[in-house]
Design a binder for this molecule. Structure first.
Ligand SMILES: [Zn+2]
Length: 114
């Protein structure tokens, strides 16, 4: 399952961070979820609860920030945030666009508890 491997990676990073900082617990993990990432926050949360059990990240709060679709247009050379899930340039209507952001799941911050 997609979510499980993502969560495993998030957990690994959070635990590594806690270890480096000498913290006992992970309190909060903030994630940026691109609209095209295919990540379902509720599934991710459930997977996280299951996988983090017994780890330093058990009970940590997951915070999701939605990231819109950012397109770069070849026709008008503009970078625009798309209002809807479409590859069409919101500025000139061209389809010669490239996705700059909105496809990824990013780990933004990890808050630790000493
Ligand atoms: Zn354009």
């Amino acid at each position: 399952m997609h979510e499980l491997s993502l969560v495993a990676e998030i957990l690994r990073l959070a635990e590594q961070h806690a270890l480096e900082q000498g913290a006992m617990r992970v309190r909060e993990i903030r994630l940026e979820v691109g609209v095209l990432s295919g990540v379902e926050p509720s599934l991710l949360k459930r997977a996280f609860e299951a996988l983090s059990m017994g780890s330093q990240a058990e009970g940590a709060e997951l915070i999701f920030e939605a990231k819109g679709l950012l397109l770069a247009c070849k026709a008008c050379q503009k970078e625009t945030e798309a209002k809807e899930l479409s590859m069409r340039c919101p500025n000139c209507g061209s389809l010669q666009t490239r996705v700059l952001a909105g496809e990824d799941l990013l780990l933004k911050t990890i808050v630790l508890e000493a």
